[in-house]
Ligand binder design. Structure first.
Ligand code: NAD
Length: 453
């Protein structure tokens, strides 16, 4: 792949041209990373921490530039893009504290001293999707670097611009050459090479479950370490005893945020039968009130979809004659716009009910009791996130324990908090990112016994 043009999804106009990395160039980058990693792991913990703090400060100083790049490249509303640039900074700052705290254990044994070390893996390949280019880059990048690994990031074809800039910022902040490289290009070329090359010791893949399975198969050939963050079809469960006004007012944002291009989108709203009618009455104005439009405007809440192809894919879930209960604003003019759309009633076999749409389309389905709510929430191969709305504390506990998903919120729709572990059950993924234990995924435990006699 030679160079290619990146489009602004809100205007369909070209933003810039990006070089596509070849397989040979990927191999050369892996060699550079291997050599850089040998020095990086030897940098004293305090110095590695200082460099990561400088990196976070450089990202902070470039925050507005990064946000504007994301607005142009991804069509994210500027308020969201600023939050994303802030998350990138905060995640690097959070893990900047890790090198100085990466302690092993001293384990009591007979005849000597037993200690464990958390050794870096080597070169880590990060394969990033297009929906949240900055946050998802940071979740792998920061803990991997903190643990003493070198990182090669492969941004999604459609959204490479912020990652490329972040790579420059790392160098400007003083990270040694080769410790963090960004290789824009095709998944089937650069991504595949990272998976296949024996010099890469770990892959962090975030993307579709379909490609994730191929990556897992590839990694198996070398027993390569792997973290997978894949798709979702999460439930927002609303019980009749909940604060229905708040549940309805917030439900649109739990699924239409980032135009529904969110792995955690609560794209199945399940509502207790006795409250169903009232909930729909409250939901309609909330959906119609979502401010769809120019991503550059600070008031905008929802922008366009990422591409023409993706819009056609999303639209395929709402064919002629679909049960559209109501829809939000349809933006006119150029850009890959799709309105917030509510489908009800839908059958349990409907594609829109079963498959990840990754767009602003939500289904609303009634349930009869707590047991059925949990059963419906779990009736999916995915298990990433979900919300539970109830005022009954016991029920909140029972349903939270019953739903098979990695990230649940009660009476809220929490987005990713970098202080807490994030990841999926079932086909939503493998392993966890973020939180205090993230370095476990970027280190090998080495046990050393030293005889005292
Ligand atoms: P995708 O699977 O098409 O692509 C993801 C990345 O993989 C891209 O960088 C792509 O170039 C690369 N890739 C493609 N083929 C490859 C191959 N053969 N080998 C190696 N890499 C390859 O996904 P997408 O459309 O960019 O993103 C949307 C999907 O990502 C959705 O399913 C969404 O749920 C998921 N996602 C999950 C999380 C999570 O944390 N669980 C977060 C964001 C997105």
């Amino acid at each position: 792949m030679s160079s290619y043009t990146v489009l602004n999804p809100a205007t369909e106009q070209p933003v810039t041209t990006v070089p596509g990395t070849s397989a040979e160039e990927t191999d050369a980058a892996i060699e550079r990373a291997r050599s850089a990693q040998r020095s990086w792991r030897a940098v004293a913990p305090g110095d590695r921490a200082r460099l990561l703090r400088a990196f976070a400060a450089a990202v902070d100083a470039a925050g507005e530039e990064l946000a504007q790049l994301e607005v142009a490249n991804s069509g994210h509303p500027v308020s969201a893009a600023r939050w994303e640039a802030g998350q990138l900074r905060d995640v690097i700052a959070y893990y900047a504290a890790a090198p100085e705290r990466l302690t092993g254990k001293q384990i009591p044994v007979a005849g000597g001293l037993d200690v464990t070390f958390n050794e870096p893996l080597g070169v880590v390949g990060l394969i990033v999707p297009w929906n949240f280019p900055m946050p998802i880059l940071s979740w792998g990048l920061a803990p991997a670097l903190a643990a003493g690994n070198a990182v090669i990031a492969k941004p999604a074809e459609l959204t490479p611009l912020t990652a490329i800039r972040v790579g420059q910022l790392a160098l400007e902040a003083g990270l040694p050459e080769g410790v963090f490289q960004v290789l824009p290009g095709k998944g089937s070329v650069v991504g595949q090479r990272l998976v296949d090359h024996p010099g890469v010791r770990k892959i962090v893949f975030t993307g579709s479950t379909q490609v994730g399975k191929q990556v897992m198969t590839g990694c198996a050939q070398q027993v390569k370490r792997l973290t997978l963050e894949l798709g979702g079809k999460s439930a927002n469960i609303v019980f009749a005893d909940s604060d229905l006004e708040r549940a309805a007012a917030t439900a649109p944002y739990a699924v239409f945020d980032n135009a529904g291009q969110d792995c955690c989108a609560r794209s199945r709203i399940l509502v207790e039968k006795s409250a169903f009618e009232r909930f729909m009455e409250l939901l309609e104005p909330a959906v119609k009130g979502v401010r769809v439009g120019d991503p550059a405007s600070p008031d905008t809440e929802m922008g366009p979809l990422i591409s023409a192809g993706h819009r056609a894919h999303v639209a395929s879930y709402v064919p002629e004659g679909s049960p559209v209960a109501f829809a939000g604003h349809q933006q006119a003019g150029p850009g890959y716009w799709y309105p917030p759309t509510v489908l009800a009633p839908v059958s349990f076999t409907d594609r829109a009910y079963r498959e990840e749409i990754f767009g602003p389309v939500v289904t609303v389905t009634p349930f009869s009791d707590e047991a059925q709510a949990v059963e419906l929430a779990n009736d999916t191969p995915y298990g990433l996130s979900g919300s539970i709305w109830t005022r009954d504390l016991g029920r909140a506990i029972r349903v939270s324990r019953g739903v098979e998903a990695g990230n649940l919120s009660v009476n809220s729709h929490s987005s990713v908090r970098y202080w807490t572990p994030f990841g999926g059950f079932k086909q939503s993924g493998l392993g966890r990112e973020l939180g205090p234990d993230a370095l476990d995924a970027f280190t090998e435990v080495k046990n050393v016994f030293m005889a005292s006699d």
